[in-house]
Design a protein around this ligand. Sequence first.
Ligand SMILES: [Zn+2]
Length: 123
Amino acid sequence: MEQRLLEAHCYMQDATSFVGQLETFDTTARWRRALGIAALLVGGAIVSVPVPGWHFLGVPGFLVGAVVMARKRLAQHYRLHCAEGPCPACSQRTQLQLPAAAKLPVTLACPSCGEFLKLSDLR
Ligand SMILES: [Zn+2]
């Protein structure tokens, strides 16, 4: 886990600096994550085969889900877990939890004042 400097923008306010907790995935880690989720979903398809009625939806659903999720994980080079810093609107120090598939720049609401903050990379 590494830290990355981010910049938080908000309408009509000066930008502030945030520190984000970033997990990067090299090629091996991306393949391992993709194959892990694909194996889990293919396992769900195999378990769904003997279930009457459900197998018409479960088997193709799990198999399509395995391909879609594996492709998403192969394309994900990093995951931003959280970001912490002062809100540019209300100046409260805040910690933002980011969705698992969030890519920079990402827009989130400040938990203190509700203002939308746009987090972007400083690089
Ligand atoms: Zn705020």
